[in-house]
Design a protein around this ligand. Structure first.
Ligand code: 3HC
Length: 303
């Protein structure tokens, strides 16, 4: 069966199958940047592990941040099935030649941010990643199945933390509202630019890499989040947000696309810090990689 026939019949494309070079390049780009996002995404919440208010919250946050690391390594392995090298991908990230999700370039100002990241950011990730379980590239789709199971724990722990805080003191409730105000619009930007301004969506839909467009998934996320916000007792910072009976969806305002462009091109509040720490971790970890490679070579009898 040819590549086009496989795609037309919703067959998975596997590493050894013939595939257009553009498809391979797109898959390496998307999988690598997804992996980079998981690894960089450890920083915003990782900063709160030592400041968690209880042992239970610390244990939950530790588990979540460890999951993100695992997601990143899982996805680098998927990229390697296409001939990519994770060391090279990490170098491209550090040198700014590859991206990671804009969402991780915002600061986490209080422990309420940990809850809002779980609820909104991991909630957006679920909206984006569940359809990717049906992505045409086999290793990526299969990686998504395991990752999505863990993401649902991430979202639930965040929402449960916020319920607890909203039942707390007025100060705790205002911490939650402040975090919602800061994370709502950047969460909508996670889904990418509007379809009309997305250079990759049409081709990625044709190759069934994406199963829905950026705007379709953004709408799905808004429709999911509004009732959750009402039940939590917070307001979402969008004066245009209202139910549209005719459409059967919520109407909502437009994110600041100029902000998304600035953050994607390195000019967000935390870009420099995130890359500085990723570079330092890569340097500090070089000896571990060298020792593992030497050990592997000795086991293989080539040392
Ligand atoms: N942050 C950074 N870059 C973004 C972006 C964002 N929020 N949205 C779009 N971009 C980039 C794209 O990568 C592309 O640049 P490139 O061609 O150099 O890669 C450019 O802006 C144009 O955007 P397109 O919509 O045309 O690009 P895509 O078709 O690749 O769509 C995407 C962008 C929706 C992010 C898609 O790549 C995707 O679905 N990726 C897989 C999911 C993913 O990476 N999620 C990141 C969040 S991390 C996460 O969910 C972890 C969880 O634990 C929170």
């Amino acid at each position: 069966m040819t590549f086009d026939e496989s795609i037309a019949r919703d067959q998975r494309i596997e590493p050894a199958d013939d595939m257009p070079e553009g498809y391979r390049r797109t898959m390496v780009r998307q999988i690598a940047q997804h992996a980079h996002s998981e690894i960089i995404g450890m920083q915003p919440e990782g900063d709160w592990i030592t400041r968690a208010p209880t042992l239970r919250r610390k244990a939950i946050l530790l588990a979540k941040v460890q999951d993100e690391a695992g997601h990143g390594l899982y996805l680098y392995s998927a990229a390697e099935t296409l001939g990519a090298d994770r060391g090279d991908l990490t170098r491209r990230l550090i040198e700014g030649q590859q991206k990671y999700s804009s969402i991780f370039n915002y600061p986490t100002r209080s422990f309420a941010d940990v809850g809002v990241i779980g609820w909104l950011v991991d909630g957006a990730a679920i909206c984006n990643q569940v359809p990717l379980c049906r992505s045409s590239y086999g290793p990526y789709a299969r990686a998504m199945i395991r990752i999505c199971k863990e993401e649902s724990f991430h979202q639930r722990q965040g929402y449960e933390l916020l319920i607890t805080m909203m039942r707390g003191t007025p100060e705790q409730r205002s911490m939650v509202q402040d975090a919602v105000d800061r994370w709502w619009w950047p969460s909508l930007m996670m889904f990418g630019p509007p379809d009309a301004a997305s250079p990759n969506t049409a081709q990625s839909m044709a190759w069934k890499i994406k199963r829905h467009t950026n705007d379709e998934l953004r709408q799905r996320f808004v429709d999911m989040s509004v009732p959750q916000a009402v039940s939590l007792g917070v307001t979402l910072p969008d004066a245009e947000l209202r139910w549209n009976e005719e459409r059967g969806h919520y109407d909502f305002g437009q994110p600041d696309w100029a902000e998304l462009k600035r953050v994607i091109t390195g000019d967000g509040p935390m870009n420099e810090e995130r890359i500085r720490r990723r570079r330092a971790a890569d340097t500090d970890g070089a000896w571990v990689r060298e020792a593992a490679a030497a050990h592997g070579a000795r086991l293989a009898g080539v040392a």
